[in-house]
Every structure is written in C-alpha cells, then in structure tokens.
Design a protein around this ligand. Structure first.
Ligand SMILES: [Zn+2]
Length: 297
C-alpha cells in the first residue's frame, strides 16, 4: 500500500459524517404501551436528548393540543428541556388529499400558538406532513412559494426509516408482557436505522459525489423514546456527529429543488432521484412493515 493511500484512508476515517435529528408530531404520536402517558414519553425524549447539547427541533401540530391539558404539558416539557418547536401544520393535513387553499389555512392556523411557545426564537421551519409536498408540481410550487413568502424554510429529510411503524407492535408486545419480542423489535429498529443511513449516504454520493450533511426524520412515539440512547450510540459508533437542523441545512445540497410531484411522501434525496430518473432504495415504509405487523398478534 502506498503511503499516499494510507494517508488518504487516515484522512477519510477522521472525517465525521454529520446529521441533524428532527422529531415530528408533537404533542402526540402513535400507540402507547399500557400505563405510559404522552407526558411520560415527552420526559423520556428530553432526558435522552439533553446530554447531546444540540438544538433539536420538534415539529408541532397545534390542532392536536387544543384544549388538552396533558398534550399542552408535552409542549411545555419540550420547551423547558431547551428544545425549539416549529410547524408541522395545524391538523397534520395531507397536501395530496387536500387543495392548496385549505393547506395554506392549516399552515396559518398553526401560527397562533408558536410565537408564545417560542418566545422570540425562530419557529419558521416547516415540515410537510407525510413528506408530501404536492401530488402535482403546480401544488408543490404554490405551497413552496407561499411558505417562502411567509418566511418559512422547509425542514427537509434525507434519512427516514419509518420509525413510527414500531409503536403499534411495541404497544401490543408490552400488553402481552412479551419482553423477548420487545428485544427483537429493538434490534430490528437499529438494523433499519443503520440501513437508512447507508441508503442516505449512497444517494448523497450518487447525487452530489460527496457526503452531505443529513437530516433524519423521527417521531415523538413511545418506541423511539425508548430507543433514543441506543440510536445516539449507533450514530456515534458509525462516526456520525449530531448537529443542529440549521447547520445541516447550510449544506448547499438542500438548495436544489427537484421540482417533482411526490407520490407517497419521499425524502429530498428520493425526490432528487425521481427527478433524475435514478432508481433508489426501497421506500422505508415497505422494508419492515410486514415483519412488524406480525409481532405479538
Ligand atoms: Zn407527521
């Protein structure tokens, strides 16, 4: 092996990958195991994330908190933990099943609660529900322009392994007191997370010929709460440095707009692959869905 090659390998191994973690569907997401409340879940998240000392955005649907004391407490716990909130639309509206006027109204309606919760800090990030940016390019362009005009930045996703799919089997297995099945769910979750990181890196290299700064989609569900310490450890083992959302989005890879209709809800990288007619790895929803559905029936 030449000395130059050795030096190159050494340099590569020193370059950490970078990734932002984002959390959708505050204040409530997914099935709960018996005896676990939304407030418990929120506390688990804050306890697991705090040691990382990074700004983690939670994407909120105010419509799911309106008039509900426990759900409002979830938002308070998130804010008291030092983490910011931003918009995921008021009612978690699906842009594909609704018209642009209703969608704009839903964006607007979510703005009533955010300024007060955020006390002058930046809440003008928008995460599209289901990652559905428009089933036609006309809808996509209209909503993009609307968000831009209102001063929002789209919080894109480049890594998604469908973490939400683990909540229902977890709740069933806990109800059955089947701890061994829960252990299997845990290893499957970490396997899926690692797969998605590989797929994201592969697409980034294919599209940009380099490792971009990634953004991972997660949800405030009971199972991801349980898994966060292990997930953070996995990222560390794989040399991923966890960074704030704004830092990830400072990567120029986020500036390009693939300008395609989304079909099921695709990550930014999948949208770019669609635009360039490149094949991409399986949709995350398909990879583990059947397997998870069989747990603890
Ligand atoms: Zn969502």
């Amino acid at each position: 092996m030449t000395r130059l090659l050795l030096l190159t390998l050494f340099a590569v191994s020193l370059t950490a990958q970078e990734i932002a973690l984002t959390f959708d569907d505050l204040p409530n997401h997914g099935n709960l195991p018996p005896g676990v409340t939304r407030v418990d879940v929120a506390r688990t998240f804050v306890a697991a994330l705090k040691p990382a000392s990074v700004e983690f955005y939670g994407f909120m649907n105010a419509g799911r908190a309106d008039g509900d004391a426990a759900r409002n407490e979830v938002l308070r716990i998130w804010r008291d933990g030092g983490f910011p909130l931003a918009s995921h639309s008021y009612s978690h509206m699906d842009l594909h099943g609704n018209n642009t006027e209703d969608f704009k109204r839903d964006i607007d309606q979510n703005e009533a609660a955010l300024p007060q919760l955020m006390e002058g800090q930046n809440w003008k990030w928008f995460r599209y529900p289901y990652l559905r940016e428009g089933d036609t390019v006309e809808k996509r362009r209209e909503i993009r322009a609307y968000l831009k005009q209102k001063g929002y930045r789209t919080a894109q996703v480049t890594i998604d392994f469908g973490d939400y799919m683990w909540n229902a089997p977890y709740a069933r297995c806990m109800a059955n007191e089947d701890q061994q099945a829960v252990e299997e769910l845990k290893s499957l979750y970490l396997e899926a997370a690692e797969d998605s990181l590989d797929a994201g890196q592969e697409l980034s290299r294919l599209l940009f010929d380099r490792d971009m700064k990634h953004t991972m989609l997660l949800h405030i569900g009971a199972f991801t709460g349980l898994m966060l310490p292990d997930l953070l450890e996995l990222l560390d083992d794989l040399d991923f440095k966890v960074i704030p959302l704004a830092e990830a989005h400072s990567d120029t890879a986020y500036d390009s707009d693939p300008d395609v209709a989304t079909t099921r809800g695709e990550t930014l990288l999948m949208q770019m692959a669609l635009a360039k007619k490149l094949s991409y790895a399986r949709h995350p929803d398909d990879a583990y869905e059947d397997q998870l559905d069989k747990f603890c029936r």
